[in-house]
Design a protein around this ligand. Structure first.
Ligand code: ATP
Length: 233
């Protein structure tokens, strides 16, 4: 479904990502693991078109590297950036509607709002509340539900568990797994290595801008030495 070849991202003189190649098959949940500053965000930002990147990004058989982010979203590739980007002064419902800005099917949008309020019951309770007044976990759920409103076939999540209490982290991963069950393909950046490997099918390990390892999640889980050498946990 997604094939990335030789993707590089530079910020001035900083080489954040060096010729990274990854692939994601339809229906997979793939984790992208690595320490702080490894280049994880740069990789998914390059795939989403949020930063300039050199290399090849093929999505659903088409080269999309020259498309604007919005056009990539139209084709079914969405991203939820790190740090809960919700519109603080808009309500939960208004945030969800904005997530559907690239769609023209009003009825479908209404149905999807219902669907995601069903999937994240806390959002239904807070439907008319301003997003800025939600808790961190609730804002993260809203950010994910909003990205789902564009009906992505592939959703990239940047550290969905960041800053959440352990109990909420487990809940967050349950929700992510539910999206997978719904048929969404997922590429998830995580620092929470064990939780990510528990839910993922496959994982890539990245450090200093280079992909160091790729393997099945269960295989990585059983390799504490590898986890320690790259991830330090
Ligand atoms: P974290 O887990 O800490 O979020 P990450 O693996 O997502 O890290 P990136 O955010 O991709 O890593 O950063 C990779 C490198 O690029 C880091 O050294 C970072 O300081 C640098 N970098 C990221 N964004 C910029 C920017 N806008 N300008 C300059 N340098 C940047």
């Amino acid at each position: 479904m997604l094939s990335v070849k030789g993707l590089s991202v530079h910020y001035g003189a900083i080489r954040a990502l060096r010729e990274a190649s990854i692939s994601v098959a339809r229906g997979e949940l793939v984790a992208l693991l690595g320490p702080n500053g490894a280049g994880k965000t740069s990789l998914i930002s390059g795939i989403a078109g949020l930063v300039r990147a050199a290399g090849e990004v093929v999505f659903e058989g088409k080269e999309i590297q020259r498309l604007a982010t919005e056009d990539r979203v139209r084709r079914g590739l969405s991203v939820t950036p790190e740090g809960r980007h919700v519109f603080a002064n808009l309500t939960v419902a208004e945030n969800l509607r904005l997530g559907a800005a690239t769609r023209r099917d009003r009825d479908g949008v209404g149905q999807d709002i219902e669907k995601y309020l069903g999937l994240f019951p806390i959002l239904r309770e807070r439907n008319r509340q301003l997003a800025g007044t939600l808790s961190g976990g609730e804002q993260q759920m809203l950010a994910i539900a909003r990205a789902m409103m564009s009906r992505p076939s592939l959703l990239m999540l940047d550290e969905p568990s960041l800053g959440l209490a352990p109990r909420i982290v487990a809940q967050m991963f349950d929700y992510v797994s539910r999206l997978k069950e719904e048929g969404v393909t997922l590429l998830v950046v995580e620092q929470n290595v064990m939780q990510a490997l528990k839910h993922a099918d496959r994982a890539y390990v990245i450090s200093s801008g280079i992909i160091r390892h790729e393997g099945r999640a269960e295989e990585l889980r059983g390799d504490p030495k590898l986890i320690e050498s790259y991830l330090g946990s």
